[in-house]
Ligand binder design. Structure first.
Ligand code: 13P
Ligand code: SF4
Length: 304
């Protein structure tokens, strides 16, 4: 079956089964094009919480499907490839975070949504890259803050919020592939183009950018901004999204290396199979879910 035939069969089955298909902005173009909603982590969490569909097919990585299951346990959440994880989410564990919390008694723990349900369950509040600054600002000024697991997002957002935070040393290996020299080379190759990067990039790269945005923030920025040409520092799937949503503008990736292998595990074949089998289903033990829900609910409610 070619892409078009597979997309038609996916849409037919989704309708028959009353399934909603959500896709992250980093998904393959053909997967984005078959989805009901394409968005960033915050937007997709909100969609997952609000949908009245019978089931959610989540084209993204494991923590995203898990977050949907935390928010809406009554609805099966299907991840077309269970192996689609996130190395950054795996960089923080419960034992390590408990240890850090013991060293900072009374600190408010802010956990990036790129984390396991177990870690969310021992956190006070979650955030995404779209609302990290607002979430930090929402913490009373006299409270100490621990930010986990992304050291780059934590450092950037704290600076923007004018606060000091203790950061966990996690990072995204994909965004970590972008170096300062890439920014310099791209500016020389495309003079006048604005550099827009994701806050998961290393802080020395972030410092050179014209704008620092979450994936959906990049779309809003490029739509409103009056430049015609942009250099984009994030996962390559984003270029498809930007070209679709900003007609007449040109987008160059900062480097061709930023491919998230986990995001790319989801293919049309796997989405079709997942709909046929109604699995694999991602679920969270109820006792963990209830604790994680408090932190996730606050994330969905705040900002952006
Ligand atoms: P956002 O889409 O929320 O900006 O997140 C980027 C990301 O790396 C998700 O894994
Ligand atoms: Fe995780 Fe980075 Fe891939 Fe996002 S791009 S899912 S943070 S590895």
């Amino acid at each position: 079956m070619d892409h078009a035939a597979m997309q038609a069969e996916i849409r037919r089955l989704a309708k028959e089964k009353g399934a909603v298909i959500l896709a992250h902005n980093y998904q393959r173009p053909e997967v984005q094009d078959v989805a009901d909603f394409v968005g960033d982590s915050l937007g997709l969490s909100r969609q997952a919480a609000a949908t009245t569909a019978n089931m959610t097919v989540f084209c993204g990585v494991h923590f995203m499907a898990e977050t949907a299951a935390i928010l809406a346990p009554e609805r099966p959440v299907i991840l077309p490839d269970e192996e689609a994880g996130c190395p950054m989410a795996d960089m923080v564990d419960v034992a390590g975070l408990e240890e850090l919390k013991a060293e900072h008694p009374g600190a408010v723990v802010i956990t990036y949504v790129n984390s396991s349900a177990d870690v969310k369950a021992i956190s006070d509040i979650c955030c995404t890259s779209a609302n990290a600054v607002d979430i930090i600002r929402s913490v009373p000024a006299d409270k100490e803050i621990i930010f986990t697991p992304d050291r780059n997002l934590g450092t950037w957002a704290a600076q923007k919020a004018g606060r000091w935070v203790t950061v966990w040393p996690g990072f995204c290996p994909t965004h970590g592939l972008i170096g300062v020299d890439d920014v310099e080379k791209a500016r020389l190759a495309h003079p006048g183009a604005k550099v827009v990067v994701h806050p998961e990039c290393e802080t020395d790269v972030v410092a050179l950018a014209d704008a620092v945005e979450s994936t959906s923030g990049m779309i809003r920025f490029c739509q409103k901004d009056d430049s015609k040409e942009y250099i984009i520092g994030t996962e390559l799937g984003m270029i498809h999204r930007l070209q679709k949503d900003c007609p007449g503008k040109t987008f160059h990736p900062l480097t061709q290396l930023t491919v998230c292998p986990n995001m790319k595990l989801i293919t049309l074949e796997k989405v079709l199979k997942a709909l046929q089998k109604e699995g694999p289903v991602v679920s969270v033990p109820e006792e963990v879910r209830v604790k994680a829900l408090r932190a996730v609910q606050r994330m969905v409610e705040v900002g952006a």
